[in-house]
Design a protein around this ligand. Structure first.
Ligand SMILES: Nc1ncnc2c1ncn2[C@@H]1O[C@H](COP(=O)(O)OP(=O)(O)O)[C@@H](O)[C@H]1O
Ligand SMILES: CC(=O)N[C@@H](CCC(=O)OP(=O)(O)O)C(=O)O
Length: 271
């Protein structure tokens, strides 16, 4: 109890942090990605970026003759696919993002979960589906991430974890963002933003003006039942509520332009 009070008062005194996840459709669009990174660099205070890149991995794998296999939005990651995603997420995408952020004056450091032992996972056990080298997170080292922030660096995570036994694992970027936000909530008041190409959770996925501004758990279940939330939005929202259930203060889903466009609507999740 004593330790909790100490942690809480440390958090209240100092610390707010934004954990921001950017999705694959924005990453794939050079102009949109650059605009987003410029906005991200300009955000005041401490921040962490988590990026996906699933779309680019699919494109490059196919160019190499490795067909992408997905099940319920998760990539089935065989040994060859693991090589591709390591090159794409940990290499090309992560390093490009870090270089662009440096160009915008943000001192970013690119990380996979193996770096500084930040994200430890285990290979998902084979049940009905064998996901191959897909990792389910066991632990995020919020303390090590805080250390990087304290020396003025902005961590930029790709969607790769490791098993502490020499094995890299592919882990969904939305899940990484939620677990990083949860781990940092031990030290900070944490807000988690999921940014993508749409304006938020939409009542009609074809209509960008149909943003649902607030969704609580009851509304979430109803929207699922009505089929309004589907596909990639299902695991994303599951991650949102998981974060809110675990001390993340605020969770929003919105367009990658939401940080500079004051009139932009977005969705806020509440318990
Ligand atoms: N109600 C909804 N509102 C917005 N997007 C939705 C909705 N239902 C399903 N989607 C789909 O979910 C996708 C976002 O999930 P995903 O592709 O996993 O995101 P990301 O690009 O962040 O990885 C959107 O591109 C959209 O096609
Ligand atoms: C296990 C698993 O599915 N990993 C994801 C990681 C990338 C990701 O999440 O990218 P987006 O955010 O752009 O979708 C994948 O390989 O597609």
């Amino acid at each position: 109890m004593k330790t909790d009070n100490k942690k809480d008062s440390y958090r209240r005194r100092n610390n707010k942090i934004n954990v921001i996840k950017i999705g694959g459709n924005v990453i794939e669009d050079e102009a949109k990605l650059t605009a987003f990174l410029k906005d991200f660099a300009a955000i005041d205070g401490q921040k962490v970026l988590v990026h996906g890149g699933g779309k680019l991995a699919t494109l490059l794998a196919e160019k190499l003759g490795i067909p992408a296999k997905m099940h319920q939005g998760r990539r089935i990651t065989d040994a060859q696919t693991l090589e591709v995603i390591t090159m794409v997420y940990g290499g090309l995408t992560n390093k490009n993002i870090v270089a662009k952020l440096q160009g915008f004056g943000c001192n970013a450091v690119g990380l996979s979960g193996a770096d500084a032992n930040t994200i430890v996972a285990h290979k998902r056990p084979v049940r009905a589906i064998d996901y191959g080298f897909a990792g389910d997170i066991d632990h995020v080292d919020g303390f090590n991430i805080k250390k990087l922030l304290e020396i003025g660096l902005t961590p930029v995570f790709c969607a790769i974890s490791h098993d502490k036994n020499g094995q890299l694992l592919n882990t969904n970027a939305d899940t990484i963002a939620a677990e990083v936000a949860i781990a940092l909530s031990e030290f900070f008041d944490t807000t988690l933003y999921y940014c993508f190409e749409k304006n938020g959770v939409l009542r009609n996925v074809e209509d960008e003006n149909s943003v649902i501004e607030k969704i609580d758990k009851t509304a979430y279940n109803e929207l699922k039942r009505e089929g309004i939330i589907a596909d990639g939005m299902l695991p994303k929202m599951h991650n949102c509520f998981h974060a809110l259930d675990n001390k993340v203060v605020k969770v929003c889903i919105g367009n990658a332009t939401m940080f500079t466009n004051n009139r932009q609507l977005f969705t806020t999740l509440t318990l």
